[in-house]
Design a protein around this ligand. Structure first.
Ligand code: T4K
Length: 395
């Protein structure tokens, strides 16, 4: 770690951090608990196929999410494809383009046609008027995405789609631990799919789960996943080998024990960022939309003209400080292959993709480090004119 340079690193000062500080600060379980877990796993010589850890993890997830079924899977992407298969979807599925590419890729693997819908720039979630226009054109389903510790209005969304007889399911990869309208996120629509990727608030190394209150859908999902864990056989057209291993489930259980502490840590960091960025023009901290309780897993900024630098210039200047901010999601999925061949016309999504920036958050960061990220941003702002001319000359 270096001292506090008066100038930003992009103009030649030493970087604010000696080592790269990534956005995803992984949480590792207590080492002793981790060793005991793996000692037990090796002693039992049972690695996968709905073992006791996977069973226990599913029961605890269902309880925490307030749903009848949590079906654990290898990762969220395969979970999304499994839901599409279990619902028997064919044809067009409406989803936002302001999402991680996996949301749309899950549809391609299922032979479905993504129809990209505008998002509301004030919520970052599906725009209801645009959604209704797409519903009127006909669709097999809506795949809504919960982002940034927040959600759209899931009850309103499901009620709107119901009027058109269209099922809704949710990509809730970001959404573990929220409550909205007095309910944990997990029970809205036909199913919700969570990710336990290493960078998520609840990590299992890799992994995910499908939450649903629908007994029949859950049985179909268990049959699609693999023969192990099936409670009642169902004739399914395609299977997915989407099992969760015992190692994943074990890490997931340890992470679940630490979840509330992780959320409290995130909340404290958010407050540190809020006070560190206070008064800086042109920067808005995105608040978790519509929820009563958030997991605060993503720290999202919107960069406006008053900051003095465009989002991409701030991104480059932060990288020079070893602050590895990310432009989630840039470009929008409609501008990524193969969709970029005939990109949908989504001006609100494009504008949003051009101004959002994620800052580091998570286990390795403390309030002091968050303060130093904010101080670096302040220095960058103070030298905006010099940085503009430097980056302009380079381009
Ligand atoms: N839907 C949505 C809305 C999603 O955001 C995602 C995934 C999915 C669906 C699909 O879920 P899964 O099928 O993955 O379960 C990351 C994550 O890989 C991805 O899970 C996440 N969303 C997306 C928003 O971000 P990358 O390519 O930017 O992540 P990556 O691996 O570069 O990690 C970010 C940073 O974290 C790295 O720069 C370094 C640090 N890191 C990461 C890992 C994995 C570490 O220090 N150690 C590690 O082990 O996509």
């Amino acid at each position: 770690m270096t001292g506090t340079p008066a100038r930003p690193a992009v103009l030649g000062a030493p970087p604010a951090f000696a080592e790269p500080l990534p956005v995803g600060q992984l949480r590792f379980p207590d080492r002793a608990a981790y060793r005991a877990l793996f000692a037990d796993l090796f002693a039992r010589e049972y690695y996968t196929n709905q073992g006791p850890l996977a069973e226990r993890f599913e029961a605890r997830l269902a309880e925490r999410l307030g749903v009848r079924h949590a079906v654990c899977v290898t990762n969220a992407t395969i979970g999304l494809s499994m839901v599409a298969e279990a619902l028997g979807l064919r044809g067009r599925v409406i989803l936002p383009a302001f999402t991680f590419v996996a949301s749309a890729q899950s549809l391609l693997w299922s032979g479905l046609e993504p129809v990209f819908c505008e998002v509301d720039p004030s919520t970052h979630h599906l725009d209801f008027a645009a959604l209704e226009r797409h519903l009127a054109d006909g669709a097999a389903a809506v795949l809504a995405v919960n982002l940034w510790g927040g959600t759209g209005d899931p009850a309103r969304l499901v009620a709107l789609a119901d009027r058109y007889g269209v099922p809704v399911y949710f990509d809730s990869a970001h959404a573990f631990g929220y409550t909205v309208d007095g309910h944990p996120v997990g029970g809205f629509g036909r199913a919700e799919v969570f990710s336990f990727h290493a960078t998520k608030v609840l990590g299992a190394g890799e992994g995910g789960c499908i939450a649903t209150d629908d007994d029949e859908l859950a049985e179909r999902l268990r049959n699609i996943r693999s023969s192990y864990g099936v409670r009642a056989p169902r004739a399914v057209y395609r299977t997915a080998n989407g099992r969760m291993s015992e190692a994943q489930a074990g890490i997931g259980l340890l992470s679940l024990d630490a979840l509330d502490a992780a959320i409290a840590h995130n909340r404290a960091l958010r407050e540190a960022y809020r006070s560190g960025l206070a008064g800086l023009p042109g920067l808005a901290l995105v608040e978790p939309n519509r929820v009563e309780t958030s997991n605060h897993q993503y720290l999202v900024l919107e960069v406006g003209a008053a900051f003095g630098l465009a989002r991409d210039a701030l991104h480059a200047a932060l990288h020079a400080e070893n602050i590895v901010a990310r432009r989630y999601f840039h470009p929008g999925v409609h501008r990524q292959p193969p969709f970029s061949e005939t990109p949908a016309d989504l001006p609100q999504t494009d504008a949003l993709c051009a101004r959002v920036l994620q800052l580091p958050l998570g286990a390795r960061l403390d309030a002091d480090a968050a303060g130093r990220v904010c101080a670096a941003i302040r220095r960058i702002h103070d030298h905006a004119a010099a940085i503009r001319s430097l980056l302009g000359e380079r381009q």
